[in-house]
Design a protein around this ligand. Structure first.
Ligand code: SF4
Length: 426
């Protein structure tokens, strides 16, 4: 029996203080995780599917690579999507493959994680690390975010849970405010709760911009907004030395998500004139931030990039995975670490079922079961070492506490790229 260090990538917190006990080549015990983290390790260590399948038939690795290269080589506009649950090394291989085959690539996962990243290119993003928020933030606003449920260790790590706020001490009080459609587990931890229907996010953010700058509001036009609560929040921001907004998926995972993200970042920019205020978008997939960073390094854009014309072009919405699938524009898909059929909008999922798909994922998912080609890989952070970016952008190593003879996501993607290149050269 051996104790080993591990990192959990069950959500964007990337907790790297996990310990696992290994016995007879399997995980005996995992210590330090929350329930989501337990599930993350469990679904990567249950009985693994066959290494490679084509049309449900077990095949050897080379045959599956050959079939994948044929599908992608024949496609008019292939789509590469997912990526938020694989490591940065595999993300880099996926971008290289997407460029080679002239694909649309969208790292956005189940909750449109890339929306704030795209908006930040238009407005700019003042942000901070966990450590800075933990040590300096006096006021934190969770806007349509429920980290107690979605990122269970986040509030304790930032000393923002009730116990942490009470014992943080130091020179300032800490205040947690939640804005959401109804009370949540995080609202129960908070000092104040502002109830806001989801369709009023943009109006509320725009009104906050006026309130913090002292611009008079037409209260009749803003009658549906909780102006008393928003006014008190504006006063809190004006009075604090260091504030932070944690936008959650509820703010950006909607048709209005992009304009909501623009409004939020504009508010943070306005606030920067009177206080030090940052935004830290919450990311659900463990390496969603890494996917965005890797794509930006390689193309200049953090989300929804098309290589169809031989050079990268990015348009939020137009080149999103859901968008190209809903419009029926793509005729083949390579899906990496993403159970797309469970998470895409219904119309996009229906169209995905109609085209040939290649799935690269260590898990047995509905999407892998329906794929033309499915690779069951060695899991990054369990069987393969790698790197992930926490949602605050800090890289964390993913150790490999277990051994596996299987290829990882990166090796599969590189093998497909090499076969595509070989086919092009013949
Ligand atoms: S908070 Fe997130 S990263 Fe940390 S243990 Fe839980 S699921 Fe894993």
């Amino acid at each position: 029996m051996a104790e080993r260090a591990a990192t959990c990538a069950g959500c964007g917190c990337g907790c790297d203080d996990i310990e696992v006990t290994v016995a007879a080549g399997a995980l005996e015990r995992v210590t330090g995780t929350c329930m989501i983290g337990d599930a993350w390790f469990a679904e990567r260590t249950v009985d693994a599917p066959p290494v490679a399948r084509v049309d449900g038939r077990e095949v050897d690795f080379a045959e599956a690579v050959e079939a994948s290269a044929a599908i992608l080589g024949e496609a008019r506009l292939p789509l590469v999507c997912g990526l938020g649950q694989t490591d940065c090394e595999s993300q880099r291989a996926a971008v290289a493959l997407a460029e080679r085959i002239g694909a649309v690539i969208d790292p956005a996962g189940p909750v449109v994680d890339g929306t704030v990243g795209a908006a930040s290119q238009a407005i700019g993003l003042s942000t901070a690390t966990f450590g800075e928020l933990r040590d300096r933030a006096e006021l934190v606003v969770a806007w349509r975010a429920d980290p107690v449920a979605s990122h269970p260790r986040l509030l304790p790590r930032l000393r923002l849970d009730r116990a942490g706020r009470a014992t943080a001490g130091g020179d300032f009080d800490r205040t947690l405010v939640v804005i959401d459609v109804q009370r949540t587990a995080t609202a129960d931890e908070a000092d104040a709760f502002i109830e806001l229907p989801p369709e009023l996010d943009f109006e509320a953010l725009w009104s906050m911009r006026a309130l913090v700058r002292g611009v008079p509001l037409d209260r009749d036009l803003a009658a549906r907004l909780p102006l008393d609560g928003l006014g008190q929040l504006a006063d809190r921001f004006r009075a604090c030395g260091y504030g932070a907004v944690l936008p959650g998926p509820g703010l950006v995972a909607s048709a209005a998500g992009y304009v909501n993200a623009l409004a939020l970042l504009a508010l943070v920019r306005d606030l920067a004139r009177i206080a030090h205020v940052v935004a830290l978008p919450l990311r659900q997939d463990g390496n969603a931030r890494g996917a965005e960073d890797v794509l930006a390094w390689q193309t200049g854009y953090p989300a929804a990039v098309s290589f169809a014309r031989g050079h990268p072009r990015a348009r939020p919405g137009e080149f999103s995975a859901a968008g190209v699938l809903e419009r029926g524009e793509t005729d083949a898909a390579l899906i990496v670490g993403f159970d797309a059929l469970r998470h895409l909008p219904p119309r996009a999922a229906d169209n995905l079922r109609r085209i040939p798909t290649i799935v690269v994922d260590p898990r047995a998912t509905e999407t892998a079961a329906a794929a033309r080609v499915a690779f069951a890989t060695a899991a990054g952070g369990v069987h393969r070492e790698g790197t992930a970016h926490r949602m605050d952008g800090v890289p964390v190593p993913l150790p490999a506490p277990l051994a596996s003879a299987r290829a990882g996501d990166e090796q599969v993607l590189a093998a497909i790229a090499a076969r595509v290149a070989g086919a092009e050269g013949t």
